[in-house]
Ligand binder design. Structure first.
Ligand code: AMP
Ligand code: MG
Length: 414
C-alpha cells in the first residue's frame, strides 16, 4: 500500500531565517512629539542632552555647618543659618561658620561643610575635632548631571527612572517613536465571542483577546477586527479593513492544510508571502507576508501556538517598529529541574517557570505542552529552547531559554 504525502507548497524555514526575514522589514515607523512626564513605556527617538548642570550651584550634602577648611581645628563664630531654597545671603570670612541644611546652596567664602554629628556648638562658637579638606560634604556643580552630557539615548524605553531624569532637567516634551497600530483578526466558523452563548462544538475566541493584550503589553495599540467566517470574501474584506487602519495585521487560524484554511492564498493574492512554514513547535504554519509595506502575521489557530508564535516572531518586530534598540527578550542558560523530552522533528519552545535558586536559574515546565492547552502558558516566565532530537535531557542538564517575564526570586523580602 502506498502512502500519499501531501506537502505544503511553502518551504520550511528555520527559526533564525524566519526572524531575519521579519526583522529586516521591521523598521521604525516614524516619530512624534509627546508629553515627557507621561511617556511611560514609550521609546525615545532622539538622544537627550542635559541643558544644565545638576546641581547648578554647590550645595550642602548634609545638615551641619559650612566653613573654610583652611581654618583647621580652630573654633569658629557661628554667623547665621542657611536652609534649602534660594541662594545664600551670607558671605563667610575667616574664622566663621554658618549652620546649613541639606540641599542649601553653599555660601560664598565657604569651601567645605561638616555634618552636625561631628560638631559641638556653645555660646555662638563652633568646635570641631576633624580636619576638613576643601570640598568635603559639598555637593559639587554638575556632580549628578553635567551640562552637555548625554543622559538618555535614542531607542531607550521610558521607565520610572527616565521620567525622573527628564523631570529633573525640566524637559517636558520629547520625541518618541510612534506606537504601531496592530489589527487583530480571528477566523473560523466555529469561533464565537466569549460573551455570547456557545453552540455545541464551538470554541470561544480566546486568541483575539489574548493577542490584543500581548499587543498592548508590547507597547502597541490593538485594533479588534472581530471574527471572520471561513469564507474567502469575508476574510479578504476583513484583511483589507485591517490594513486600512493599522500598521500591522495579525490573523489567528486558517493557516494550516485544511480546506477552510484560506489565509495563506489570500495573503499571496494581496501581497507577498515571505514564508508559510517554520521548523518550530508550537506554530509550524506561522506565516509572514507584507502587503503594501505593512507586516502581516498569519498565526496558527491553536491558542498556545498563536501566543507563543506571537512571542517569538511578532513581539520583536513590534518592538523594532517602535524603535526599541533591544527588541529581543534576553536569552539565558537554565538548569533543568526535571527531565525534558524533545520533539523528534522540530525545535520546540517549551513553556517554563524559571526561578533563581542557589546561584542558578532553574527551569521547570508548566506541564503538558499540548498546543491547545492554554494552561501551559499560565505563570510561565520563559520559553525553553529544546533542539529537535530523540534523547531526553536529564534533570540537572542545561539548555538555553528566553526570559519572557520577571524572574521568580529565591525567597520573600527579608
Ligand atoms: P485552525 O488553525 O484554524 O485550523 O485552528 C486550529 C485550532 O485552533 C482549532 O481547534 C480551532 O478551533 C482553534 N482556534 C482557532 N481560532 C481560535 C480562536 N480565535 N480562539 C481559540 N481557539 C481557536
Ligand atoms: Mg480555522
Amino acid at each position: 500500500m502506498s502512502v500519499l504525502i501531501r506537502e505544503s507548497p511553502y518551504p520550511m524555514v528555520s527559526i533564525a531565517d524566519a526572524t531575519a526575514m521579519i526583522m529586516e522589514r521591521a523598521q521604525p515607523l516614524g516619530s512624534e512629539e509627546i508629553d515627557a512626564l507621561s511617556a511611560l513605556g514609550r521609546v525615545l527617538a532622539n538622544d537627550i542632552t542635559a541643558p544644565e548642570d545638576i546641581p547648578d550651584v554647590p550645595k550642602s550634602a548634609m545638615d551641619g555647618y559650612a566653613l573654610r577648611a583652611g581654618d583647621g581645628l580652630a573654633p569658629r563664630h557661628v554667623v547665621g543659618e542657611l536652609t534649602a531654597g534660594g541662594l545664600s545671603t551670607v558671605t563667610l570670612g575667616p574664622g566663621e561658620a554658618t549652620r546649613i541644611m541639606t540641599g542649601a546652596p553653599m555660601p560664598p567664602g565657604a569651601d567645605a561643610m561638616i555634618p552636625v554629628e561631628m560638631t559641638e556648638e556653645r555660646d555662638g562658637m563652633l568646635y570641631i575635632q576633624h580636619e576638613l579638606k576643601p570640598g568635603d560634604y559639598v555637593h559639587m556643580v554638575g556632580q549628578d548631571v553635567a551640562r552637555g552630557q548625554t543622559v538618555l539615548t535614542a531607542g531607550t524605553t521610558i521607565g520610572a527612572p527616565e521620567i525622573g531624569i527628564l523631570a529633573t532637567l525640566g524637559i517636558t516634551r520629547i520625541t518618541a517613536y510612534r506606537r504601531p497600530r496592530v489589527a487583530v483578526l480571528a477566523t473560523g466558523d466555529e469561533v464565537v465571542e466569549p460573551s455570547k452563548s456557545r453552540p455545541g462544538g464551538a470554541v470561544r475566541d480566546s486568541n483575539r483577546y489574548a493577542l490584543m493584550a500581548a499587543v498592548r503589553e508590547a507597547g502597541c495599540e490593538p485594533i479588534s477586527l472581530g471574527i471572520a467566517r471561513d469564507d474567502v470574501e469575508v476574510q479578504r474584506q476583513a484583511i483589507l479593513r485591517g490594513l486600512a487602519q493599522a500598521d500591522v495585521l495579525i490573523t489567528s487560524g486558517g493557516v494550516s492544510m485544511g480546506t477552510r484554511d484560506l489565509i495563506k492564498p489570500l495573503l499571496a493574492e494581496l501581497g507577498t508571502v515571505h514564508f508559510g512554514r517554520i521548523a518550530f513547535k508550537p506554530g509550524k504554519p506561522t506565516t509572514f507576508a507584507t502587503v503594501e509595506g505593512k507586516l502581516v502575521f498569519g498565526l496558527p489557530g491553536f491558542p498556545v501556538s498563536s501566543l507563543v508564535s506571537f512571542e517569538v516572531f511578532v513581539r520583536p518586530a513590534l518592538r523594532a517598529l517602535q524603535g526599541d534598540a533591544r527588541p529581543f527578550r534576553p536569552q539565558v542558560t537554565v538548569t533543568l529541574g526535571q527531565p525534558v523530552r524533545p520533539s523528534p522533528d522540530r525545535p520546540e519552545y517549551q513553556r517554563i517557570v524559571v526561578s533563581y535558586q542557589e546561584g542558578k536559574l532553574v527551569a521547570v515546565t508548566t506541564g503538558s505542552q499540548n498546543s491547545s492547552r492554554l494552561l501551559s502558558l499560565r505563570g510561565a516566565n520563559g520559553l525553553l529552547l529544546v533542539p529537535a532530537g530523540d534523547t531526553i535531557y536529564p534533570a540537572g542538564s542545561t539548555l538555553p531559554a528566553l526570559l519572557t517575564g520577571p524572574l521568580i526570586g529565591e525567597g520573600t523580602a527579608s
